[in-house]
Design a protein around this ligand. Structure first.
Ligand SMILES: [Fe+2]
Length: 316
């Protein structure tokens, strides 16, 4: 039963993020509902929906409305029979392997290390991510997003101009300390072979808005700078872009759906729930993206690896 008045938009912070209510994602969106969602995504970049309780097929159909889909994950199959659904399970009472314990410990000391946009090691990272909560923990487990448009706009003009002309390399497991020589995470990530060069600032083609396009999980270095220069400039950018003023944090409830613009935001997974012994089960679907275009016209290029998915007709 469609809602008569259409989606209601309630912004959640001073800069970005909005709750959308009075809309059901379970059935196909009407054209006017889709238009509202599309415009809200451009304006707010992260959209939160409560109480949707979607299944895999409904989530896939919703994402497909926004454009062709990208594979669920570069190398993992986590949801049998669902090539576009990636399932992320954390917590619960399953014993962790020593390698998983190592990865959990490795993540924890550096708050910045977990910030990322999805699959930016590919030349054409997903444009949108659609994530739903199938089960949540009784506390903890929040996801946080950073607004990379506002973060860019609030840098000083000389620094913006400097970053506008730069290019960065993105690869998997930047800064990761391997678990011995048999580390499975490292081996599978390396064999997938995704390495890309992206402009440090990307221009969103739909409105010409600029966004920072680096993140600590994937960006290894800025190509035009010396290694110590690159390290310090990236640290400056990361500290700037993850400050609380540019972040929104979502306390998940079962049945929630969040859609975010993966070209204009970064996010960080929670690290405060795995000790609770409760399972957190999330399902994610990607809308395919395109290579990024920088302010100087520089376009992303693949250093190695095939395109993740080049859409037949652009979604950007
Ligand atoms: Fe992610």
């Amino acid at each position: 039963m469609p809602y008569e008045k259409g989606p209601v938009i309630t912004p959640v912070s001073g800069f970005f993020g909005a709750y959308l209510s009075a809309v059901s994602l379970k059935t196909p969106l009407t054209q006017s509902e889709f238009t509202v969602l599309r415009q809200a995504l451009v304006r707010y970049r992260v959209l939160f929906f409560r109480g949707q309780f979607l299944g895999h097929d409904e989530q896939t159909a919703l994402a497909r409305r926004f454009g062709p889909l990208a594979p669920a994950h570069p190398w993992q199959v986590t949801t049998p029979g669902q090539p576009f659904v990636h399932t992320l399970v954390t917590g619960g009472d399953r014993p962790m392997t020593p390698e998983q314990q190592h990865r959990t410990r490795w993540r924890s000391p550096d708050y910045l290390s977990g910030w990322h946009a999805d699959v930016t090691a590919a030349v054409d990272p997903p444009s949108l991510s659609v994530l739903r909560a199938a089960s949540v923990t009784s506390r903890g487990g929040d996801t946080t997003w950073a607004d990379l448009v506002t973060a860019y706009e609030q840098l000083s003009e000389p620094l913006r101009r400097f970053l506008d002309g730069l290019t960065a390399e993105h690869r998997y497991l930047v800064g990761y300390v391997p678990y011995g020589v048999t580390d499975n995470a490292l081996r599978t990530a390396m064999s997938a072979g995704f390495v890309a060069h992206h402009p440090v600032v990307r221009v969103l083609p739909e409105n010409g808005v600029r966004a920072l396009f680096v993140n600590p999980a994937f960006t290894s270095h800025i190509i035009e700078l010396s290694p110590p220069e690159s390290r310090r400039i990236l640290d400056l950018v990361y500290t700037h872009m993850t400050q609380p003023a540019f972040c929104v944090r979502h306390q998940w409830q079962r049945g929630d759906v969040v859609i975010w613009d993966n070209r204009a935001t970064a996010h960080i997974a929670p690290e405060d729930h795995e000790h609770l012994g409760e399972e957190r089960r999330m399902h994610r679907v990607f809308v395919a993206g395109s290579p990024a275009i920088g302010p100087t016209g520089r376009i992303s290029s693949a250093v190695s690896g095939v395109p993740y998915q080049v859409p037949a007709h652009g979604t950007e």
